[in-house]
Design a protein around this ligand. Structure first.
Ligand SMILES: C[S@@+](CC[C@H](N)C(=O)[O-])C[C@H]1O[C@@H](n2cnc3c(N)ncnc32)[C@H](O)[C@@H]1O
Length: 267
């Protein structure tokens, strides 16, 4: 127990891992302490895993206070989009979509009725794309990720867009926000979450209380290599949805393969 406390303190002392959901750090730390010979090795292994599931996507600095001030100014000026675009470039996952942002949401929402409530699981900076989302007026938007500072920033940003917003810090492999929504995003998250829990993808698809699920997989690695990833993830997705009576639309974008699922669940 002492080792675990020491490990959690050591991980939290580095700026990159500060404010990550404490239960997640403890869980990974415990697994690594059981596997590694020394505390030092366990600390390094814990940091490596946290890097893989989240840290690798972040820019070196994330000046949230400065960004919020810019967004507040942009809201007063009446156009959030340029500021959102500039900030989204600081998260690798969002940066990849910037070249086709308009087409991305136009295609995803093409066949959907008005969406009045959204859950954005493992959201990263994706909520900053809200000005591009054709949601119903005053829609509810709940965003969730493991970074407390990022979620405080997103929580302060959401009201600027006119949604009724909420941002929470949490590990979605342990608990899925329970309130039913029209649509849940699970964008490029399943490969990360399955590194923490092999069954996370299947569980999130079956247990997220949403009528529509918008799920995506990267079609290239962070370094830009394709390495057969689209084929690999498509086969994995087929496996995850096996046996489900869902209507599914597949949309291929240059860096991302998207599935829009109508689960038929009650709204
Ligand atoms: C590849 S990024 C995708 C971000 C966003 N959904 C998008 O598509 O732009 C993966 C995200 O999952 C988050 N994440 C990793 N493990 C998580 C967990 N256990 N619970 C919630 N979020 C998690 C990371 O912090 C990161 O923001």
């Amino acid at each position: 127990m002492m080792d675990l406390d020491e490990l959690v303190a050591a991980v939290g002392a580095s700026a990159k891992y500060r404010g990550i959901d404490a239960a997640l750090v403890r869980r990974i730390g415990q697994e690594e302490l059981a596997k590694r010979r020394t505390l030092k090795e366990a600390i390094k292994a814990t940091k490596d895993r946290l890097h893989q599931v989240g840290g690798a996507f972040l820019a070196q600095t994330m000046p949230y206070d400065h960004w919020l001030a810019e967004l507040q100014e942009a809201a007063v000026a009446g156009d959030l989009r340029p500021a959102c675009r500039a900030i989204m470039a600081h998260h690798a996952s969002m940066r990849e979509r910037l070249p086709f942002l308009d087409d991305f949401y136009a295609a995803i929402f093409a066949d959907l009725p008005p969406i009045a409530s959204v859950l954005d699981l493992a959201c990263g900076l994706h909520p900053l794309a809200l000005p591009w989302l054709p949601l119903a007026p005053a829609a509810r938007y709940h965003a969730c990720d493991i970074y407390a500072e990022m979620m405080a920033f997103i929580g302060a940003f959401l009201p600027l867009t006119g949604v009724q917003g909420r941002a929470t810090t949490g590990d979605v492999t342990q608990a899925i926000p329970p309130e039913p929504v029209d649509l849940a995003f699970l964008l490029k998250a399943i490969p990360c979450l399955e590194q923490l829990d092999r069954d996370a993808g299947r569980r999130l698809l079956t247990a997220t209380p949403a009528r529509w699920l918008v799920v995506s997989f990267p079609s290239q690695s962070l370094g830009g290599r394709r390495k057969g990833m689209p084929t690999f993830y498509e086969a994995h997705f087929d496996d995850l949805i096996a046996g489900q009576d869902w209507a599914i639309r597949r949309i291929a974008f240059p860096t991302e393969l998207v599935f829009v699922i109508d689960t038929g669940r009650h709204r």
